[in-house]
Design a protein around this ligand. Structure first.
Ligand code: SF4
Length: 389
């Protein structure tokens, strides 16, 4: 099968900003920081001790594009499940530990790719930091210092009155300094807050004061819609300044949704190659076709098509031809007809009733030209028919 360039226009965009220069750590096989691409991660919602359920969820996350997964380790049973989970997971597993230093050692011994500790809860084991640093260093396991507004160190809460950006950063850097005293710098940091404004300010401060890679997160961001908005706004602001090395979108929704949102954020910012993108107008009084239905039908028809393709669905001739020409494929509608554009050229005009099928046909043809095998006779729909060649 031949592979051809789609010609103008390209869906590749320049990254939004030069990345902050951070030191690089390895979370298992995934580099974080330095010049590594910004990675997307999530956390399982299963009881970690339920090994099958946890591995099943990790498999679903992996299939959705998750690159690093975190599992909670609140009990001995969870700690005992870690060796199997770490071994069988296809992506690096981070153990999330609060309160109990013994689970940090268990996670390191279990082969976890990293351990997350929370300084707000870790105070009791500040004196264990040397031992943790030694064990982590011996096993090549990085530590995430994960500060969270909801569990800020009591001393800092008293000093600042609440979880201010300064308090979050001081907590993180204090904990880092304890590890640094033992020569351990294999660290990444997060300073999460549920308010995107405080969160952004905290990460900006932190970015200026250290070179550790940063894990971005808006904590307790809320249900899917609100959490998506908060995360997109906060991550967008920071990534636009080059700040952020790995991201976790926190949603009160299945973790696979977090990966979809995180991936879409990175694609929107040009930090990851875009997949299929539908550019559709919002419609207005000038629309001469039902744009919503057209856009939805095209999206449904191409769902799952894993190919960088921009498809424009436009309602009239005001912006329609321009957008359709700029996309890889598009339609400018008007008077019950649709002008179909491919690579900037009008290839045909079809009646409104044939717009969707023509766009899908042409998209699949372009996908094939890009080396993606598409079985047009499969009854499960184009998305399920695609095999990347
Ligand atoms: S393309 Fe036409 S129908 Fe769509 S929003 Fe613009 S002016 Fe309105």
């Amino acid at each position: 099968m031949t592979s051809v360039a789609l010609g103008m226009p390209s869906v590749r965009t320049r990254p939004i900003a030069e990345r902050r220069k951070s030191r690089q750590i390895m979370v298992g096989s995934v580099p974080v920081g330095g010049d590594a691409p910004v990675s997307v991660q999530s956390m399982t919602t299963t009881v970690t001790a339920d090994i099958n359920a946890t591995l099943q969820q990790i498999a679903e996350l992996t299939a959705s594009g998750c690159q690093i997964v975190r599992v909670a380790v609140p009990s001995q049973d969870d700690a005992e499940a870690l060796p199997i989970i770490a071994k069988k997971s296809q992506i690096p597993v981070i153990a999330d530990i609060h309160f109990q230093p013994k689970y940090v050692f268990a996670a390191i011994e279990a082969g976890c790719a990293a351990v997350r500790v929370n300084p707000g809860n870790i105070k009791k084991f500040d004196d264990k930091v040397g031992e943790i640093a030694r064990a982590a260093s011996d096993h090549g396991v990085p530590i995430r210092i994960g500060v969270n507004a909801g569990s800020l160190d009591r001393r800092l809460l008293e000093k600042y009155g609440k979880a201010t950006p300064e308090a979050l950063v001081e907590s993180a850097l204090w904990e880092c300094s304890l590890f640094e005293e033992h020569g351990f710098r294999d660290i990444k940091i997060s300073v999460k807050h549920n308010d995107p404004v405080v969160m952004v300010q905290a990460y900006r401060l932190l970015a200026a004061r250290c070179d550790y890679p940063l894990h971005l997160g808006v904590t307790e961001a809320g249900p899917a819609f609100q959490g998506t908005i908060k995360s997109a706004v906060a991550f967008g602001a920071l990534l636009a300044e080059g700040i952020g090395d790995t991201i976790r979108v926190s949603l009160s929704a299945p973790p696979v949704e977090e990966i979809k949102v995180g991936t879409a954020i990175l694609e929107s910012l040009g930090l990851r190659e875009r997949g299929l993108e539908i550019v559709s107008c919002p419609s207005c009084g000038r629309a001469q076709v039902d744009v919503y239905t057209l856009a939805e039908q095209v999206q449904a028809g191409l769902a799952g098509l894993k190919v960088p393709l921009r498809v424009a669905v436009m309602g009239c001739v005001v912006n329609g031809p321009g957008e359709a020409r700029e996309a890889d494929l598009g339609v400018a509608s008007g008077n019950g007809k649709g002008q179909i554009f491919v690579k900037g050229e009008v290839i045909k005009t079809v009646p409104e009733s044939q717009i969707v099928e023509t766009l899908i046909e042409e998209a699949l043809r372009l996908a094939e030209e890009m080396g993606v095998e598409v079985d047009l006779d499969d009854e499960d729909g184009p998305g399920a028919q695609v095999v990347v060649g």
